[in-house]
Design a protein around this ligand. Structure first.
Ligand code: BGC
Length: 510
């Protein structure tokens, strides 16, 4: 070998060493970065942990806060609002009633035919439309004009198909799923907006009046004779079908619960008299807060960036509006540590781009190579081809976030049961033989509505599992969670019907 040959050989060897060391260096860096990402995951898991002991603390805190909210106005973050609904539909309601359901992503109009016998909802027709984004942050007049116009279209369309007599005035139940201080069963003042709605001029105004005025502006002959929260509609339908229904929970874009309370337990309204002795209380549990809630830095950032910081803390950990965004924030944090997600996607910085239904699809992807996950990451976040181990990581993040949400919702439900003595501690017959008395625990039904619960199997499974863990194997079978499809809307029609037939106002507010 000549000199040149030697030089060449040495050069090649040096180049090979450089390439090898670059590759090794890259592998080492990648390994370190991967370890950092795993640390992010571990921290998330620790931060979101909901062992049953912690859930029991949440149960206790919920029932204590419920009590505090019933004792005095502002006594708790739970508003515990009076609904003026004290008699749930009896089953004798008859006729055709209309309902408007506003509160989530969609706005629905319903016509419900009641046959006058329990469980005789002869039929209902629903028209659902998305609420245009600009109306959620515009003026009240724009929003209500849109609603009234949609209602007019609906009525005109059905005039061709139904035998409604034009001389008959239509009766309307309005489900308005935001915190409202009711002034009667058909009127109330908006306290604040939630779920991304911000229409300043509406706060402090009577919601029914705004709707009634818009209806008149459109020349419709319709009377708003029930104003309800979606939880109350769901409870009404639940109770209509099954008298053991004592509470209702919404797990959808937002979250909330209501339940049947004894009027004399509503201490802040001393002397409140109702014929039934009860009153449905709208808890507005989305605003529940307790130091026992497992909160992470992602929750804090989400809250700080929201239009309503320090508000609706429970809702921001649980409901469909927020879960996808928590996952997005975790992925963003991971992508800062590691280039596994490819060049950092600018889409990942867009709030709410990863909606909860997409998150649920990723979480429930059962293809062996997690094809759906890859597709959503590509189509929504514009990530390039993502390796399988990273797809698995994303699924794990979805799992942690959803598991926490579902378990906290379960703790909230048991908190209500505890408050009304239906968690097995107060609602059982006393006696020496605990096993025998436990079997006498009263059947208790909780009506549930909302896409998060109905469309997201793993959320539902986690919730049911946590209910059993908290209540125990013996008590849990007595508590039945029942899905009420369209409960909030049908419930408004049912309550409109029962208000139109009950002639005397049987509530006395001191
Ligand atoms: C509202 C509640 C409503 C719940 C579910 C919350 O954001 O404050 O009034 O019941 O969402 O729709």
């Amino acid at each position: 070998m000549g000199k040149l040959g030697v030089k060449l050989a040495v050069g090649c060897a040096v180049a090979a060493c450089v390439v090898a060391s670059v590759m090794v260096g890259r592998r080492v860096r990648r390994k370190r970065a991967w370890r950092r990402v795993m640390r992010v995951l571990e921290e998330l898991e620790e931060g979101c942990a909901t062992p049953v002991e912690r859930l029991r603390q949440v149960v206790d805190a919920m029932s204590v806060e419920m009590h505090a909210g019933l004792v005095s106005e502002g006594g708790s973050k739970l508003k515990m609002l009076l609904t003026f609904v004290h008699n749930l539909p009896s089953g004798s309601e008859k006729g055709t009633y209309y309902a408007l359901d506003l509160g989530g992503t969609n706005f629905r109009i319903l016509r419900v035919q009641l046959g006058g016998q329990r469980s005789a909802i002869i039929g209902h027709y629903v028209d659902s439309r998305p609420i245009p984004q600009h109306l959620m942050t515009g003026t009240s007049e724009e929003l209500f004009d849109f609603i009234a116009l949609s209602l007019k279209d609906f009525v005109e369309m059905e005039e061709n198909i139904s035998e409604h007599s034009p001389s008959e005035r239509r009766e309307l139940g309005f489900t308005f799923s935001f915190p409202v201080k009711q002034t009667s069963s058909s009127s109330g003042i908006l306290i604040k907006w939630t779920k991304g709605f911000v229409i300043e001029d509406m706060v402090g105004r009577d919601v029914s009046e705004c709707l009634q005025q818009a209806i008149s502006r459109k020349g419709l002959d319709m009377r708003v004779n029930a104003l309800i929260n979606d939880t109350v509609g769901t409870l009404a339908v639940g109770h209509y079908h099954d008298e053991d229904t004592v509470a209702a929970v919404i797990l959808g874009t937002g979250t909330n619960a209501c339940y049947l309370e004894r009027a004399d337990a509503i201490i802040k309204c001393q002397g409140l008299l109702t014929t039934s002795g009860d009153m449905v209380v709208n808890m507005e549990w989305g605003n529940f807060w307790s130091a026992h809630l497992p909160r992470t830095s992602y929750d804090m950032d989400l809250d700080a960036d929201s239009p309503n910081p320090y508000d609706q803390g429970f809702e921001k950990m649980i409901s469909g509006m927020y879960l996808g965004d928590i996952v997005r924030r975790v992925i963003l944090r991971m992508s800062e540590e590691l280039d596994v997600f490819g060049p950092e996607s600018s889409k990942l910085h867009v709030p709410f781009i990863l909606r909860t239904p997409l998150m649920a699809t990723m979480h429930e992807d059962d293809t062996p190579d997690l094809r759906e996950v890859a597709k959503i990451l590509r189509d929504t976040l514009e990530f390039p081809e993502i390796p399988l181990n990273v797809r698995k990581l994303v699924v794990r993040v979805c799992d942690v976030v959803t598991c926490r949400a579902a378990r906290l919702a379960a703790a909230g439900i048991v908190g209500i049961l505890k408050k009304i003595g239906r968690d097995g501690s107060g609602g059982i017959a006393s006696g020496k033989n605990e096993g025998a008395s436990r079997s006498k625990m009263r059947r208790t039904v909780v009506a549930v509505e909302g896409g998060l619960f109905t469309n997201y199997t793993l959320f539902r499974e986690y919730l049911n599992e946590a209910m059993t863990q908290i209540l125990g194997e013996e008590i849990a079978p007595s508590v039945i969670i029942k899905v009420m499809e369209d409960g909030s809307g049908i419930g408004a029609a049912l309550l409109a019907a029962s208000h139109s037939t009950s002639s005397v106002d049987t509530i006395q507010i001191p």
